[in-house]
Write a protein that binds this ligand. Sequence first.
Ligand SMILES: *Cc1c(COP(=O)(O)O)cnc(C)c1O
Length: 360
Amino acid sequence: MGIEALARPEIVAMKPYSSARKEATTQGVLLNANESPRSLLGGAGLETGLNRYPDPQPADLVSSLAGLYGVAEECILVTRGSDEGIDLLTRVFCRAGLDAILQCPPTFGMYAIAAKTQGAGIVSVPRDRETFALDEPAVLDCVPQNPSVKLLFLTSPNNPTGDVLSDDFLLRLLAATQDRAIVVLDEAYSEFCRQPSAVRLLERFEHLVVLRTLSKAWGAAGLRCGAVLAQPPIISLLGRIIAPYPLPSPVVNLARRMLRREAMEEQRQLLDEVAENKRILVRELESRSFVRRLFPGEANFVLIRVDDADGLIGFCADRGVIIRGFPADPLLQDCVRISVGSHDEISLLAGLLDEWESQT
Ligand SMILES: *Cc1c(COP(=O)(O)O)cnc(C)c1O
């Protein structure tokens, strides 16, 4: 069975919108796209060519991201962050009122938002209340038991618990979902962990999708640049409904600049810096009387379970340091997530933790 049998029939039947930029070259006298003959920002910098619609999928950016992630160019769709990938997948594979996504809370909130926006159901397989371990048998059973589940959102490392999926589990899940559902592995924090990316499995599994982003390990959340990696049938379906010009030309120019060969070394330095600062942050948290459990995880944040989460968050906020609580999530009532900031930021936080510890 092909992937198209799992997608919404109206999307399979649809012809993608063909923009002027897609149909014609960008050479010569361009009178085909109702653009202005000149831009009001005439500089020679990132804003060059602002009067023209951007290339929907700029070949050189696609090629450097494909090289970075180790996939063929036809296996990648560049998106406005992973958030757009999550949204496109949900719209392509879930029929409103009929189909559902699977998620394993506590996890990233956008899967549920995309599902609700699309009118899709949400099947939740919660993690263990104490350890946040994934309920692997329940996830494996879920698809045979719920034929409405079309998309499984798994996150490795997971946000906010930081744990990674084992290879063995992922392979069993791919076997259990073959011809039934799409497995989406969100690897937003992959660069921070030791586990190799699931990208190497893409060749073998037509129903696997890997999401990557420049937002976290590339220090470019403001860029809004991510990538959906999958075999061509899925990429082609997503390409039918993505906005005609998703990537603004200044963003493309900045991403090009960031991904140039020399930048690889800078990125490695950033990863080393995060790893070192994380060791310091973990050390600062380990010894605290008010920390009941520490989840160091494998990403650029740690999660702690504490005696008085609201109190601690408010205390820090009053002194200018913002850490993350989850008041709306019943599984995370007493938890706080702390991002690995700079050395100075961690020292500042450590001072506040001293104060908080001495007054509680
Ligand atoms: C931060 C985050 C994202 C969002 O990535 P963008 O590329 O910035 O949209 C996706 N997934 C998870 C699990 C995240 O924590």
